[in-house]
Design a protein around this ligand. Sequence first.
Ligand SMILES: C[S@@+](CC[C@H](N)C(=O)[O-])C[C@H]1O[C@@H](n2cnc3c(N)ncnc32)[C@H](O)[C@@H]1O
Length: 315
Amino acid sequence: MATSHSPVMLEEAVAALDASEAGTAVDATFGGGGHTRRILEKLPPGGRVVGIDRDPQAAERASDLLRDRRFSFWPGPFDEVLREMAESGEKADAILFDLGLSSFQIDDPDRGFSYVHDGPLDMRMNPEAGISAAEFLNTADPREISRVLSEYGDVPRREAARVSREVASRRPLSTTMDLTNAVRAAVGWKERGGNPSKRVFQAVRIHVNDELGSLRRALDAAERLLGNGGRLVAVTFQSGEDRVVKRFIADREGKCVCPPDLPICVCGAKPIFRRGVVSRPSKTEVGENPRSASARMRTAVRTSEPLEEHSEGGG
Ligand SMILES: C[S@@+](CC[C@H](N)C(=O)[O-])C[C@H]1O[C@@H](n2cnc3c(N)ncnc32)[C@H](O)[C@@H]1O
């Protein structure tokens, strides 16, 4: 079981949050608190950091930091916590999403995220909420399982159909090895793109945790929570979540949608965010921490434009 997690793009993310200026910074994915600790080191005395995580074990890891009066921890899904903060009229100067799983979660076989070590087929970030991977795979229509594998794991359609049929024929599945063995029986080890279980596990995990829905709703709430000049920083690890962040920012850059033959803009498009840089971890970081290899960091700055009524609420 992992005893630590190496925070990915730590210095780049904290610099982009401009933590030395931030009055209120939100670390929406506390995990092991690596980013939070660095933000606290940079934060001026009057500042504060709100940590959020839906994993009860992350809440335990946050407890020693509560001695720092500038830090508070809100357990729960980040979309719900950010929405509550926005609804209660709070404002934030910087919000960080460091998405995906921590090494604490991946490397603990009892959490069911590992396709290498045997354990219960769970995969919930909060094991007390929602349905487990086993409940999903043992009850869903094979066509639904197939859709999940293609959509969230980029598993080719025919491969996804073979895996979902194999899963259905082996029900009930109860351990991670039950799923790994079903994948192996369906598509073997020699399919392109590495171990095929990797993408299957990723897809099922994204589905049972509603990761993309939660991210869309959280970004909507972040938009309301950030004040003028507030900074949004998102570190993503797979294409689905990166697309959600990229589209969210692009949709709010205020691009004119008037027909090209109009002499002046009449659509009234106004930028809600100014897009910042897209960056990747350095070669040194990837060498030291191979789990950072797929990371991509997107940043954006909230403008002073007020929000239209229609952009409020969940996505
Ligand atoms: C990559 S880890 C963050 C690591 C952290 N930045 C650090 O340096 O230790 C992602 C964390 O976000 C949490 N998480 C992911 N999606 C979440 C959501 N929708 N709501 C709340 N927490 C979430 C996971 O439980 C996990 O602990």
